[in-house]
Write a protein that binds this ligand. Sequence first.
Ligand code: ATP
Ligand code: MG
Length: 448
Amino acid sequence: MTLKRPKGTQDIVPGIINKWKTVEGIASSAAEQFGFREIRTPVFEETSLYVRSVGDTSDVVTKEMYTVSSKGSDTFTLRPEGTAGVIRAMLENGIMNEGFPQKVYYIIPCYRHEKPQAGRYREFRQFGVEMAGSASPYADAEIILLAASVLDGCGLENVSLHLNSIGCPDCRAKYREALREYFEPHRSELCPTCNERLEKNPMRLLDCKSPICKEIAKDAPVITDYLCDDCRAHFEKLKSILDGYEIKYTVDPKIVRGLDYYTRTVFEFISEDIGAQGTVCGGGRYDGLISELGGQPTPALGFGMGLERLIMTMEAAGCEFEPAKTPDLYIAPMGEKAQEKAALLCDAVRRAGYAAEFDLIGRGLKPQMRYADKVKAKFVCVLGDNELESGQAKLKNMRTGEETPVELTDFISVFNSLLINEVFGNGFEDEFSDILSGMQSAPEEPKE
Ligand code: ATP
Ligand code: MG
């Protein structure tokens, strides 16, 4: 029997971890540049949190939740999205009382029971941000700018911003009626879920993925015709701020977003390069959510960016990822005595701040060199009886093939300068010797 991972999940193996580190690094640096601080919350929350916030007519709550019960009667749900848990944590930890705006970001796995396909998984990862306390359209622009800056940092150009306003509960009451009137004559053609949506939450119909419902929805009334004066002014101001930043966008009245808690601004960044599941990032304003979860009424907004889809888009566009880290040094000992010395040298090299490995298997020289090649070690040092007796070895630069003699008593300082010149280019060490000596404490040579 071979054990397999659950359907719709993925293993992120060491060979591709650099892709993940690249996007996580770009996302967290950008968030910190905009003044967002990282927050980490539990993978599971009380089920009622999602029912209350995401909404009991949303796909997420009606079809996609992984709900488990533990001993007792409580039920918990693996988080299908980040916002609800993060707002719950900000309230529970008094962060909302620490002055506004509060800005947090997170990189988390999410769980939704969906039909797995390209770009749609049951476990996927999101980079998300939330900002609480600002009603200004500059805040909307700020998070859109942050998402754009992450996409830009990843090297993506063909991702377009689709923007809409879905108004406030006042505008939406009138709009819902208009939608009901429009869809009612088509009732028999709509999918069963949309029939239900027509009763409970007709705006959801616009988010249906069935081709028939999509076709019917084509000529439906648009929310932008129903916005109240305040919501309209907010939307107009946001567009003019984005124009000022020279951010391109398309106003798309069909974007209503899958989760119930949005108000006013909603947006998606859509990639043309990865097929049907092209929405890389979705977000918007949710001015009603914080009071819904028991806090003071507080305007807030955020977005979630799907990291699998982001990486897929980068791959399709031929973007570069940061290369995997490789050892600075591989020490190849021949024999037991040499292994003892190699272990101590390796330890000293690591203490000096470098990545080093030595043979742990007792292999001959050839397989060791193949290994050093495979792990892309920058330097290799062979240690045999001769080297131990004479106290002299050679440091081989694996890129150039050049060998530099080194006294074992002076190993670290010679290695130090070879590596600095290898990484930063020859002459770097001389030119910046003052700065370097200030930065590093004197490297320690290994004990004899
Ligand atoms: P979709 O319309 O594609 O189902 P959604 O509206 O359900 O997306 P959100 O809840 O807004 O998605 O989540 C934010 C982002 O997370 C999406 O834009 C997408 O990039 C990513 N995402 C959502 N669901 C999945 C999934 N099942 N697998 C991979 N990524 C996902
Ligand atoms: Mg979805």
